[in-house]
Design a protein around this ligand. Structure first.
Ligand SMILES: Nc1ncnc2c1ncn2[C@@H]1O[C@H](COP(=O)(O)OP(=O)(O)OP(=O)(O)O)[C@@H](O)[C@H]1O
Ligand code: SF4
Ligand SMILES: [Mg+2]
Length: 327
């Protein structure tokens, strides 16, 4: 039976900023976001720029706090843990960032960079153990133990991202959050890094939350996918089925913008405004761009509901969408 590792419950994150005239402006980056990820799963999150993907990543990593909601990781509510216990828990979840050039400190040798997360470990390992673990990690990401003595500028983009992955794995975390981890890489290198992640899941049982704007990447690597729109989760399900037969109109827009899902590359196009204007709160957040929008979509916000084959969709007209696209 599948066991949940990460349970995100009704997460909301508001950012308040001031306009030019001093009036406060609130951006809701996450809006009532609920999702469970199972142990050993690769879960992909997709959505266009600004939909809240990185906000979600920061909250799951406990680098930021939600305005409301909970993150239950491995049966513990992260934000109700005392600071000391949260620090200890950090060895179980690590992150890989987008930029393989900016995320490694150029002043330090690679070995030191990879070993850095080990400082959060409750038990301080001996120097010899650290060296051994660094060497082991370098080899498991397809590099050589001797690379520990080199500096980041001596490596290519793909190799630097392998180094970043080695650093994320050094504490043997249960969960790795990868935020646009391959987006800056050439296509062939992207494929190599994706293969590496799948291999690490196989060999080490690591669970991945894999965030990207690129559907082809998710289609290649993820077991399940979640589609985000304006801070909300609008559809989840098995990755291939979601893209081949979207049940949410926004997923269809994304899938149509990427006609050949086998190619990695450009970000999805914005959907044109075709629906009912967004004037005021409430209703469906996609209605101004939705070709299927009806009056109910203005009056009532669609909640995420379970359909068949492990699919969840937040749309009043999901059944009609499913029927239209059924083979
Ligand atoms: N610190 C912040 N202060 C104010 N607004 C923020 C802050 N961080 C994010 N936002 C806003 O929250 C929304 C979500 O941003 P986020 O970075 O999570 O999106 P994203 O999906 O990761 O986008 P991208 O694909 O471009 O990385 C955006 O409207 C962004 O402008
Ligand atoms: S709820 Fe209405 S507006 Fe929203 S996606 Fe579904 S049909 Fe479109
Ligand atoms: Mg982002």
């Amino acid at each position: 039976m599948t066991k949940p590792l990460l349970d995100m419950r009704r997460l909301t994150r508001d950012y308040t900023s001031s306009t030019l005239f001093g009036t406060p402006h609130v951006t809701r980056a996450l809006d009532d976001f609920t999702l469970t990820i199972n142990k050993g799963e690769i879960f992909g999150i997709v959505g266009e720029s600004g939909c809240g993907k990185s906000t979600l990543a920061r909250i799951v990593m406990a680098l930021d706090r939600p305005s409301a909601g909970n993150v239950i990781f491995d049966d513990q509510d992260l934000f109700s843990l005392p600071e000391k216990d949260l620090t200890a828990k950090r060895e179980d979840f690590q992150m890989v960032f987008q930029d393989p050039f900016g995320s490694l400190d150029p002043r330090f040798r690679v070995g030191r960079t990879i070993a850095e997360p080990m400082h959060v470990l409750a038990r301080r390992p001996e120097k010899s153990e650290i060296r051994e673990r660094v060497a082991d990690m370098l080899e498991s990401v397809g590099l050589e133990a001797a690379h520990a003595d080199r500096h980041p500028h001596e490596f290519s983009g793909g190799q630097r991202q392998r180094i970043a992955i080695a650093r994320a794995l050094i504490t043997e975390p249960k969960l790795v959050v990868a935020d646009e981890a391959v987006s800056a890489l050439d296509l062939s290198v992207q494929a190599q890094v994706l293969n590496l992640l799948m291999d690490l899941r196989e060999k080490r049982g690591v669970t991945f939350l894999f965030i990207t704007h690129n559907l082809a990447v998710v289609d290649c690597i993820a077991d399940r996918v979640g589609v985000m729109y304006r801070g909300r989760l609008v559809e989840t399900g098995p990755a291939q089925e979601v893209f081949e037969q979207p049940h949410h109109p926004y997923t269809k827009v994304l899938a149509d913008a990427e006609p050949s899902i086998t190619r990695f590359g450009r970000p999805p196009a914005k959907a044109p405004a075709t629906g009912i204007a967004l004037n005021g709160q409430g209703g469906c957040v996609f209605r101004d761009r939705c070709p299927l929008a009806v009056e109910r979509c203005v009056a009532e916000r669609p909640e995420l509901r379970t359909m068949d084959k492990g699919r969840q969709v937040a749309c009043h007209r999901a059944e009609e969408m499913a029927q239209r696209l059924s083979p």
